[in-house]
Design a binder for this molecule. Structure first.
Ligand code: SF4
Length: 400
């Protein structure tokens, strides 16, 4: 079914929309050419019309005028020692955002168990049980592949102004279009290495995805389209700072199938408002009500992202408060020791402090993971590559 959108950019078109567009470009085009073009672009990642070998020559020539390969280009690519790849991608107007490819890892250094307990699989908000099922299935097929999670951006900058986040430093410059959101995945797939498989996409890069709902939701439909990239709904996770009306809308539009991650970062309104201005508009009690109402399928859980900022939200008593706040919600908690950004005078707690916080949650029966830093040697944490040298607008209390 065609999606509603006034001006649909080429890479954001559905097969049905391509059928109409192809007819307008070339009088000899037939309806089935729409699906063929869509498959070339989204399933095979081919943007050069001359390589779309089952299309008539006249249609291929007409498609050239759209300059599909120019939609997004890689400005820089940096590869960390742990094989995390950070791409700074450039759009037609020169604006840049970042997208990160994060291969899965198991255990700690030298194959030993991770010193911080079970890993949250980098930026993935994917359920550990599902990862195990994947692993089993791959082994059954005798083709264990390295699973890759891609983190993508949805806005150039961000209007939410969370004080610990590099993406919020510069404010919102512009929304990204659905085609730009999808193009990150198409370009990311070209950078997969032999034996790697793109398994999960998380909307946790630059921007608040639900503050760009129309373009984000179209991108979600395209990425999960069976004739395209064909990601499973449950392998796509939207991370939000807590825009309550849009959480409800996402739940309704996708029947709760799209994974949901909440940037919570505090368990009381005063602390959360000091870290995340959006909390003044949508305070915790209302946010928790919205999470209860999200139509989550059975056995699935919402991911709670909790950045630990030393001296702000990292004490065991804060952890107990978090336990009370989350009571009876189907959640798992990812703890993220804050990534110190240049020119910011705050930092993460000690590892002992992180483990003490985790223990409170585990003792209360929650699945609680400590996110392993990935790609530190290429500044692969949120916003860093784009914003190197940027001056922060706000400062938080210095670390205790
Ligand atoms: S944490 Fe998310 S919502 Fe907050 S400023 Fe950063 S990108 Fe925006």
């Amino acid at each position: 079914m065609p999606l509603k959108n006034k001006e649909v950019q080429p890479l954001a078109r559905t097969p049905e929309e391509w059928a109409v567009a192809a007819r307008a470009l070339f009088s000899g085009a037939r309806a089935f050419h729409g699906k063929q073009i869509f498959k070339w672009i989204h399933a095979r990642g081919v943007l050069d019309p001359q390589q779309m070998s089952d299309l008539p020559k006249g249609l291929r020539d007409a498609l050239e005028a759209l300059e599909l390969p120019k939609t997004m280009t890689i400005a820089t690519e940096r590869r960390a020692q742990d094989a995390t790849r950070k791409l700074l991608v450039q759009m037609k107007d020169g604006a840049t955002v970042e997208t990160v490819l994060i291969p899965s890892v198991t255990g700690g250094p030298n194959g030993l168990p991770s010193p911080v307990g079970e890993d949250a699989d980098a930026a993935a908000a994917v359920d550990e049980e599902e990862l195990d099922q994947d692993r089993d299935r791959d082994l059954d097929l005798g083709q264990e592949k390295k699973r890759v999670t891609q983190c993508i951006s949805t806005q150039v900058g961000c209007a939410m102004g969370c004080v610990f986040c590099a993406s919020g430093v510069a404010g919102l410059k512009r929304q990204m279009t659905a085609e730009e959101i999808v193009a990150q995945v198409l370009i990311g797939k070209t950078r997969l290495e032999p034996g790697e498989d793109l398994r999960n996409v998380v909307l946790m890069g630059m921007g608040e995805p639900l503050h760009n709902y129309e373009e984000t939701s179209r991108a979600l439909r395209l990425l999960t389209h069976p004739d395209g990239v064909a990601l499973s709904n449950r392998r796509v996770t939207v991370s939000t700072s807590g825009l309550i009306p849009e959480i409800a809308r996402l739940g309704k539009d996708f029947q709760g199938q799209i994974g949901l991650a909440i940037s919570l970062h505090a368990a009381d309104d005063a602390t959360r408002s000091s870290l995340m201005p959006i909390n003044k508009k949508y305070p915790l009690a209302k946010l928790i009500d919205a999470l209860r109402a999200y139509p989550l399928p059975k056995r699935r859980r919402i991911t709670i992202e909790y950045t630990l900022v030393a001296g702000n939200n990292d004490t065991p008593s804060e952890a107990k408060k978090l336990v009370r706040l989350l009571r009876d919600l189907p959640v798992k908690v990812n703890l993220i020791p804050v990534n110190p950004i240049e020119a910011r005078d705050y930092g993460p707690p000690s590892m002992e402090g992180v483990l003490a916080f985790q223990k409170v949650l585990c003792d209360a029966g929650y699945s609680c993971f400590i996110r392993r830093r990935r790609g530190d040697d290429v500044s692969a944490a949120c916003g860093q590559l784009v914003l190197l040298g940027a001056k922060p607008k706000v400062r938080v209390r210095p670390s205790a």
